[in-house]
Design a protein around this ligand. Sequence first.
Ligand code: ARG
Length: 602
Amino acid sequence: TFRFARVHSISAIAKDTEKMDSVKQLIENLFGESLKLTVPDELDVVPIVTPCKDLRHGDYQCNNAMSLFAKVKDNMPEFRNPRAVGQAIENNLPASDMIERSSIAGPGYVNVVLSSKWMAKRIHNMLVDGIETWAPKLPVQRAIVDFSSPNIAKEMHVGHLRSTIIGDTLARMLEFSNVEVLRRNHVGDWGTQFGMLIEYLFEQYPNWEASASQDIGDLQKFYKDSKRRFDEDGDFKERAQRAVVSLQGGEEKYRKAWSQICEISRNEFERVYQRLGVVLEEKGESFYNPYITKVLELLSSKNLIVESEGARVIYVEGVERPLIVVKRDGGFNYASTDLAALWYRLNEEKAEWIIYVTDVGQREHFEMFFSAARLAGWLPGGDDKYPKVSHVGFGLVLGDDGKRFRTRSTEVVKLVDLLDEAKTRCKAALIERGKAVEWTTEELEKTAEAVGYGAVKYADLKNNRLTNYTFNFDQMLNDKGNTAVYLLYAHARICSIIRKSGKDIEELKKVGTLALDHPDERVLGLHLLQFSEVVNEACTNLLPNILCEYLYNLSEDYTRFYTNCQVVGSAEETSRLLLCEATAVVMRKCFHLLGITPVYKI
Ligand code: ARG
């Protein structure tokens, strides 16, 4: 088995190096060649290529002519109008078997129609070589996604759920694009609240060393109780403040109590991650604490830190209030930790792209310490230069009443309960469809889980992340419309068509040919081919909803194809089964990138 594993990994590497350009990239390359011939003196002109909105005009279009005309009209009088530039661009297109024909439209758009034969061949190749050959190429080797990041002893709320879901998808898309991703859980495990927690632990649980984890059933209640004690009792408050000093000074007993409290929280978080199938590596705030002093000295040496009202602060352009990095009492805060963490990630971990996923409410914090890092010369200016930092903000989760989502009026939602409910509802729906008799118990459980958790994730991801979204079980579990349930069922139906054909797909891949002769086959084929550029776009702009939209449209294109083209028993059966399989493969990769487990029968 060892040998097999080795051979396997070598072939995976070999595939890696065969990464292909996306269709859009290939078209851009062709237009790039043409532009070099058309305007030889314009060295910095880049081809602007977009997919055509109306497929009657073509599949892709080049939009350079208009702006180029304005640029060159004085030096190149042979171009009398933008359309003439477009004409020249078209004439200079190198011959290519990927293009069927081209034309000029309006003021100078150059439309190209892809060769259906070329398209079909490319899809067939993907079926043989694997969807990995359609992975996007990104200009980075290593990225950090800082996501989820709940706070120890406080509740992990729906905001953290959003961060977990969005961050995981971004990490998956980057990983698929062959970027090495460090998935970081920046948990709030440091700070003054630990003084009161530790002191309360000593006071209420004299046996804490042996049995704290069994005795503290509900850590959030523990937090609330200790907070009440802190607010009400001056003596306790003083002891709690001394406890912080002892903890930060590294006193054994305090460190131990701290790590026990963290451990209880960690186990609770882990239950949510396991259900969601999310993997994270914890490097909490405490990890960076030893680096803060040195990093602040570094910033001081560049004269960035000044004194203000007893605190030490950094002023950045455009914001009146400065970024506090040392509090009046000499303690460090969220910002000092984030500066130290950024220094560590750039210099020790050598990350080229660092992505932070939190609610939009924290935008100013991120903008400010990013600016500080730029002032210090850690980051180059400009959006397309690396190393780069990005804040991925998201909106609120609302309840049906339009207010922040809560189960009962005062309590925050317990995430595990939420996921349980999604699963329970899915299971009930499946039982209603007779699946309890048809399937094994395990199949029923696994499907209910896949659909239920998938629905929660998809409902979150399908919206532009900056908008608030309403959490509604009935909507997200609807089997019609843009929901995970609908999409998972659509995929299962494709699988069942292939199964019921009785044909061996592996064999068809070897001996069959794929063709895209019917207009609805061609539309579906074009959509499949755009997978790579869509993932690229979703990744580059950090917008998972772009991938959701692609997936939903894919299933619509498939439905149209399936309605208008007979598959099983037709003269085109082989080709159409291959097209069904290609659709299923791309859908599955979309599900995978969205963190959704596909189901194969329904
Ligand atoms: N713990 C923070 C919160 O719950 C999120 C941390 C985000 N990451 C970071 N590097 N600041 O709001």
